[in-house]
Design a protein around this ligand. Structure first.
Ligand code: AHG
Ligand code: MN
Ligand code: MN
Length: 335
């Protein structure tokens, strides 16, 4: 039974038994992400003080060299998951190769691998606009006690056991799913505790917001151009509102609460779009479906795509179900 003012820590313990592989391992994993989120949040909040504290590459007063925030966030999440001996492998948007943990220890029993986009929307940092972290969790497919291999990371998104994001916005939130709905927790920075603020988050079936980098319009496929024109047409509840932050986490978060659609289509310049299947699209697609929304590459469900490489990119269309289906219909009509 959920209680009022429930903390994330309490929520994790309460829901541990409802998770089908309940061993406590996944709970410990979410707990270490919670901790890394607080550490990164602290650093993100100081970003505006860069002239005072020193820019990336500088040496600060303590003699420590200042890192770029995406490198910092990457190091912190990897450090937190590695030091606490929680996972057997990590892959990150910021790393060329996956990291195998304790690969020579045959007694190593950890079953989970984690994939992260440590800082999403990183170009927003310098201008004090929301950024995020995205994470995705799978059970390894190779045997426990052996080193992880690429096969453990190249699983379809439908195999995810947990996924979520942290949004460092006007307030900091951790939003995640373990396949049983989506719940959002807001950080009280005064005491460093996340509280359940958004239980059972759901995409409205319809929305009135479309989020796409329209500067690329000329390069988009015809079906996407047609859909954008449809959004702008005066008819029924249209024209829709255009909102694009340039941070997938932030655009997704707003659209999930208000109803809307996010598009990063392929274009004549980027034949596979820009977003990464493993670090961005799969976790957001899992969250979307758990929140009654939908995610597609235009012709196929994102979670059904068989990944072929770690840093693979795919076109990404995600949000309120009826809006995503409208786009699919426009694409189909041009094929
Ligand atoms: P990242 O900062 O992790 O590289 O991701 C940025 C992504 C995504 O969050 C955002 O929606 C998109 O790139 C913005 O791209 P454009 O500037 O091309 O619109
Ligand atoms: Mn990103
Ligand atoms: Mn990133």
């Amino acid at each position: 039974m959920s209680q009022k003012n429930q903390t994330l820590g309490e929520f994790i313990i309460e829901h541990q038994s409802s998770f089908k592989y309940s061993s406590g391992e996944l709970s410990r994993l979410i707990n270490s992400i919670r901790l890394a989120a607080k550490v990164v949040n602290y650093e993100v909040n100081k970003a505006g003080l860069v002239d005072i504290l020193g820019a990336a590459g500088d040496t600060n007063v303590q003699g420590e060299s200042q890192q770029k925030l995406d490198v910092y966030a990457n190091d912190k999440f990897i450090q937190m998951l590695t030091n606490r001996n929680i996972v057997c492998g990590i892959a990150s948007e910021e790393e060329d190769h996956f990291i195998a943990i304790n690969s020579n220890d045959k007694n190593h029993q950890n079953k989970y691998i984690v994939l992260i986009d440590p800082l999403d929307g990183s170009s927003n940092i310098d201008v004090n606009v929301s950024v995020g972290t995205i994470f995705s969790v799978y059970r390894r497919v190779t045997d426990v006690g052996t080193p992880v291999s690429l096969d453990d990371f190249l699983q379809k998104g439908s195999e995810q056991v947990a996924a979520g994001y942290i949004i460092y916005g006007t307030s900091t939130m951790l939003v995640y799913t373990t396949g049983d709905g989506v719940n959002g927790f807001t950080l009280n920075p005064a005491i460093g505790t996340f509280y359940l603020s958004h239980p059972n988050m759901q995409f409205p079936k319809n929305g009135k917001i479309y989020s796409v980098n329209e500067g690329n319009y000329i390069h988009f496929p015809q079906g996407i151009k047609d859909y954008i024109k449809y959004c702008q047409m005066e008819e029924g509840d249209r024209p829709y509102t255009s909102r694009y932050i340039g941070s997938l986490v932030s655009d997704f978060h707003r659209n999930m609460i208000k109803g809307g659609i996010y598009l990063y289509p392929k274009s004549s310049k980027t034949s596979e779009g820009k977003l990464r299947l493993l670090y961005e699209c799969n976790p957001m697609a899992f969250l979307a479906e758990q929140a009654n929304g939908k995610a597609t590459n235009g012709v196929q469900r994102i979670l059904d795509i068989q990944p072929t490489e770690l840093h693979q990119r795919v076109p990404f269309i995600c949000g309120s179900t009826n809006m995503v289906e409208d786009v699919e219909a426009f694409i189909k009509a041009t094929q």
